[in-house]
Write a protein that binds this ligand. Structure first.
Ligand SMILES: [Fe+2]
Length: 345
């Protein structure tokens, strides 16, 4: 297992790089834009392939590295389903799993610091974002923060994990790097309360100034979506409404790029092939499944995914590989469902 805790000293942010092996797939949690070159260097040195970049919540104190990492590596961007960010490639909910090769994290919805705060648990450790910090908790006075919800997330979810579970937060300002659930239960001053009302009072009295970066970071972090417009301008996009008319046509092959778990949870467009995004490079090169299908049948290759991000990147890769009929459904299955397109389970 490869596990790296990286630090941005300007914002006091911890970023985590995980992989099951050298040479394998990697994921990164809470990357900071100014550190993207450093992450890419380390990923190269460890011979890893970055496949997912995840934010625990919409950050107010730094600009996320999600968009930059996606543009540099074509990785998938991931946030929770409650996030108001414009577009990420994949959205997760409580009970889902965040997976890469050899690594699976349980998704916990832990609102309170913000209403889009999630924690990710992996075996004996938990990445708590700003929900539970070391000897502290994330502030709850902006971005739809809610001390009552945070109390519930901490006391009824995180503190229910085994005491020896290692706690890796998104921030620390005093140089602490890791704690445990048992330690925080016993020594976190904010958690030494007898009731939710007492916790709400503690949080109300904090009176913190707004983060310096807030006015810049929040609007920037709301817009991390891939420029699907650029793909549309090249004539490689189909609207959901146009796509609905193409279902069942003999000259069109619909290709679903999502993961198996997303197909099971959200359903799929009838008659679509499954070609998961992580296998894309192999599938679009000569000899690959999609390349040969396009060449043998002359069919128009119509990609789709959850929100149109993976499919937009796939169209570019397929066109670059010589599949000139490649196009995608703009906005993905999300736009498809809103246009009342047929979905099967
Ligand atoms: Fe935060």
């Amino acid at each position: 297992m490869i596990f790296r805790q990286l630090f941005d000293s300007v914002s006091g942010t911890y970023t985590y790089l995980l992989a099951s092996r050298r040479g394998g797939e990697a994921l990164i949690i809470d990357p900071v834009i100014e550190k993207v070159e450093r992450y890419l260097q380390l990923i190269k040195e460890l011979d890893l392939k970055l496949v997912k970049a995840v934010d625990t919540h919409l950050h107010a104190d730094h600009i996320t590295g999600l968009g930059a990492l996606r543009d540099r590596t074509q990785c998938i961007t991931v946030m929770g389903e409650m996030s108001k960010v414009d577009v990420v490639s994949m959205r997760l909910a409580e009970g889902d799993k965040l997976t890469i090769e050899g690594v699976a994290l349980d998704v916990l919805y832990t609102p309170g610091h913000t209403d889009d705060s999630y924690s990710f648990r992996m075996k004996d450790c938990v990445f708590t974002g700003d929900t539970l910090l070391i000897r502290g908790t994330g502030r709850t006075d902006f971005q739809n923060g809610d001390a009552r919800a945070q109390y519930d997330s901490i006391f009824n979810k995180l503190l229910k994990l085994p005491d020896e579970t290692l706690v890796y937060p998104a921030h620390d300002y005093k140089g602490e790097m890791v704690s445990t659930i048992g330690e925080e239960k016993a020594f976190n001053p904010r958690l030494q309360v007898k009731s939710v009302d007492e916790y709400v009072e503690v949080m109300k009295k904090l009176n913190l100034p707004n983060p310096k970066m807030m006015d810049v970071a929040v609007p920037a972090n709301m817009r991390v979506g891939y420029a699907q417009e650029a793909i549309a301008q090249r004539g490689w996009s189909v609207s959901a409404a146009e796509g609905i008319r193409l279902v069942g046509q003999p000259n069109v092959a619909l290709v679903d790029l999502r993961e198996k778990s997303e197909r099971e949870k959200h359903g799929m467009i009838p008659g679509s092939l499954h070609a998961p995004y992580p296998d894309l490079a192999a599938n679009v090169r000569p000899g690959g499944m999609l390349y040969e299908l396009a060449a043998a049948t002359g069919k128009r290759m119509l990609f789709y995914c959850a929100f149109g991000e993976r499919s937009a990147m796939a169209v570019q890769a397929a066109q670059d590989a010589g599949i000139t009929s490649a196009c995608h459904i703009q906005g993905g299955l999300d736009a498809w469902a809103k246009a009342s397109g047929p979905v099967v389970r």
